[in-house]
Design a protein around this ligand. Structure first.
Ligand SMILES: [Zn+2]
Length: 397
């Protein structure tokens, strides 16, 4: 090794050593910073392992029926640049509210069978762009069990299930066969595992053919529902039941709704989200036999529709906070608040779109097309339905 070469070699060793000293100094500095004042590093490590896990929470948003009449998909068709359907206009005023929740749940009232043409009342079918838009604005969970599930027969329901299967979302209430049914729909957010059960009481007189392998969850099949809710409770922290029930256009739940709510609670449901009446119904806690307080929302009304009476323009959104306490090992509803959602359209069912009730104005209400059948429709009219139907404790901050 030449002299120059040796010097370079020596300098290299010195600089590596200097670097090592620097690194060691930095590491010891940062350890001292994390150590409590006057405390020892070893004690800190022990404290961390013993530290109790803080409770964790999830914010859930549940909305009602996504009821897509022809005027809604026709306007979407006119607004599309490529001859398809652009539903963004209908939902753009509400999209931030949907996206803000950790989990957003909706009853997809109309099936989406991509193999069939869009159709309106009484046997609905909606374009794929509708479902795509719902996913885009942040819905995570779709109930497929309702009185319109069989509007396009068994094949329509099967195509709809396959459409939702291809999306990165949870859907419940209808299954391709017993094999598909074996997997209970779940999702886990912030270490809280939710299981979903969907079912419907009404089917508009339609039924699956005898021996059909497709499964539609029916309220009448209480044995199946009971087994399902119990199985869902076994594998999750919280069971959310989406149920289509009750009588259309009434704000008052039936005896059957009360009876079934109690049964679902006793079987293990933690939150019961009701839909179908197209108008809002009360919210309450029901006491389960094991002492749990089960949140029951009897009806969230319409999320969107082109129906033609004032009360049907008002839907509900339930904002639910669920908290897991690691000390008690219990997951409970720690907050539940109701806010309104308004379907607005101008004269002649034009420009159908939804608003948060808190964003809706007297001017808009004054121009609402529904005033042709409901002249008393106004902002006060909407607010008074909310205060008449929903218990004060579920309103406000
Ligand atoms: Zn319905």
């Amino acid at each position: 090794m030449g002299c120059e070469k040796m010097r370079r070699h020596f300098r290299k060793i010195i600089s590596i050593a200097a670097l090592l000293v620097c690194v060691m100094l930095l590491v010891s500095c940062s350890i001292n910073q994390t150590a409590p004042a006057g405390g020892e590093v070893e004690t800190t490590a022990e404290q961390t392992t013993e530290q109790r896990k803080e409770p964790t929470s999830v914010n859930i948003l549940a909305v009602g029926d996504n009821l897509i009449h022809a005027v809604i998909y026709n306007q979407a068709n006119r607004r599309s640049a490529n001859g398809g359907y652009d539903f963004s206009y209908a939902y753009e005023n509400i999209a931030d509210t949907i996206a803000a929740a950790d989990i957003s749940i909706i009853n997809q009232e109309t099936i989406i069978d991509p193999t069939k043409a869009p159709a309106t009342y009484p046997c609905f079918n909606s374009p794929v762009e509708l479902g795509d838009e719902m996913v885009k604005i942040g819905f995570d969970v779709f109930n497929l069990a309702n009185n319109h599930s069989l509007d396009k027969g068994q094949s329509g329901l099967r195509e709809a299930i396959k459409y939702w299967d291809a999306k990165d979302v949870v859907h419940c209430g209808a299954y391709l066969d017993e094999e598909d049914y074996k997997t209970i729909p779940t999702n886990t957010v912030n270490d809280i595992k939710f299981a979903y059960v969907g079912l419907t009481e009404p089917t508009n007189g339609l039924s699956l053919p005898d021996g059909a392998e497709t499964i539609l969850m029916l309220g009448a099949d209480e044995e199946r529902i009971e087994a399902r809710v119990k199985a869902a409770a076994e594998i999750s922290d919280m069971v959310i039941v989406n149920i289509h029930w009750g009588v259309e256009y009434t704000h008052t739940p039936t005896d059957r709704q009360h009876e079934l709510a109690q049964k679902l609670a006793d079987w293990g449901a933690d939150i019961i989200v009701g839909t179908h009446p197209h108008v809002i119904q009360p919210v309450e806690y029901v006491k389960a036999t094991d002492g749990r307080d089960v949140l029951v929302i009897y009806s969230l009304g319409n999320f969107i529709s082109a129906q033609d009476r004032g009360p049907r323009m008002l839907g509900g959104m339930m904002h639910i906070t669920v908290t897991k306490d690691y000390e008690t090992e219990k997951t409970t509803v720690t907050n539940a608040k109701f806010t309104g959602v308004v379907t607005h359209y101008d004269a002649g069912f034009s420009n159908v779109r939804v608003y948060n009730l808190s964003d809706y104005t007297a001017e808009l209400a004054n121009k609402h097309g529904v005033r042709s059948t409901t002249p008393s429709f106004s902002l006060e009219y909407l607010n008074s339905i909310v205060t008449d139907v929903i218990d004060e404790k579920f309103l406000g901050e």
